[in-house]
Write a protein that binds this ligand. Structure first.
Ligand SMILES: [Zn+2]
Length: 307
């Protein structure tokens, strides 16, 4: 081999080496870039995953916050909706309305319950009145209010009128003199205040046990009316009754007697009792309510007329 041939071979080999080196470098760049790309892609993927996770967490927090807000709004709404309580006020117009209670042209029925509260009868009556959406008047006895303050509070909170029927219901005690009538009113009013947790409660409305006229104590009753009046306390009797305190002991007897005493009256103040032994009154009540509705009476309580 001559020198020229050796030199040519050497140049070719150097050229090849250079080409290989270039290709190798290019490959190396390509590989490095490739790894970089994967690394970046993976990083991006991780970021996306992390971002999604954060988004989910934020969504959960937001949802929880909304739920909490809704719950709080519900609590506020419940607080606004109930109870529907009101302290009675007796104005001159209220006095006149009570004095003329039987002479309105509208057909009105005042359901009134005396001698309660009792756990046996007052509670089922309250449940029924709630279903029927009727507000009535309870003439409570102070001695009974002290036994069942929770029932009186429920009556009040459900929009019924809590009026006063004295403390003892023992005629010889309450009608000892005019002052004892007022004393029993005040003692009962204190019991109502305690039951309701309303230090300013005053019903301004009394029902004389046995009625405000006649009987052995008629003179004391007459004078007591004036004493109560000067203390801003009105009184009311009734003009229709089931006879549940006068020997009518079945549902049928009570309904029949009530229809008889209602007659053709436009305004009826109906005397009933929610004492423990008056289960027939409770049993008669759904039919009494239907009858009054059929006859076109509007149900009222003393909140509707006292102011
Ligand atoms: Zn009574």
């Amino acid at each position: 081999m001559d020198l020229v041939s050796i030199e040519r071979q050497y140049k070719i080999r150097r050229f090849n080496i250079t080409i290989i080196a270039i290709i190798f470098t290019l490959l190396l760049i390509l590989v490095v870039h490739h790894f970089d790309y994967f690394a970046i892609t993976k990083k991006h993927a991780n970021c996306a995953e992390e971002y999604e996770k954060q988004c989910n967490e934020l969504a959960i927090i937001e949802q929880e916050r909304k739920q909490e807000q809704e719950e709080q709004e519900n609590i506020v709404q419940i607080g606004v909706q109930s109870p529907e309580t009101k302290l009675p006020e007796l104005t001159q117009k209220g006095r006149d309305n009570i004095s003329n209670i039987y002479s309105s042209e509208r057909k009105r029925a005042f359901l009134t319950f005396d001698d309660g509260p009792s756990r046996e009868i007052s509670i089922p009556i309250l449940d029924l009145l709630k279903t029927e959406n009727i507000k009535v008047t309870f003439f409570v006895l102070g001695s009974r209010v002290e036994l069942y303050p929770d029932i009186v509070k429920r009556e009040y909170e459900e929009g019924h009128y809590i009026a006063n029927h004295g403390y003892s219901h023992i005629y010889s005690q309450i009608y000892t003199n005019t002052q004892t009538v007022l004393d029993e009113y005040n003692k009962t009013n204190d019991a109502i205040k305690n039951a309701l947790g309303e230090p300013n409660y005053n019903s301004h409305l009394f029902r004389f046990p046995g009625g405000s006229v006649g009987g052995k104590y008629k003179q004391i009753k007459k004078e007591a009316i004036a004493l109560l009046d000067s203390n801003n306390i009105a009184h009311v009797d009734w003009n229709a009754l089931t006879g549940d305190a006068e020997g009518k002991s079945t549902k049928e007897e009570e309904i029949s007697y009530l229809k008889e005493t209602i007659g053709e009256k436009n305004n009826v103040v109906i005397l009933m009792h929610d004492a423990a032994d008056k289960s027939a009154t409770y049993e008669a009540l759904p039919e009494i309510i239907s009858y009054l509705r059929e006859k076109g009476y509007e149900f009222c309580n003393f909140y509707d007329i006292i102011e």
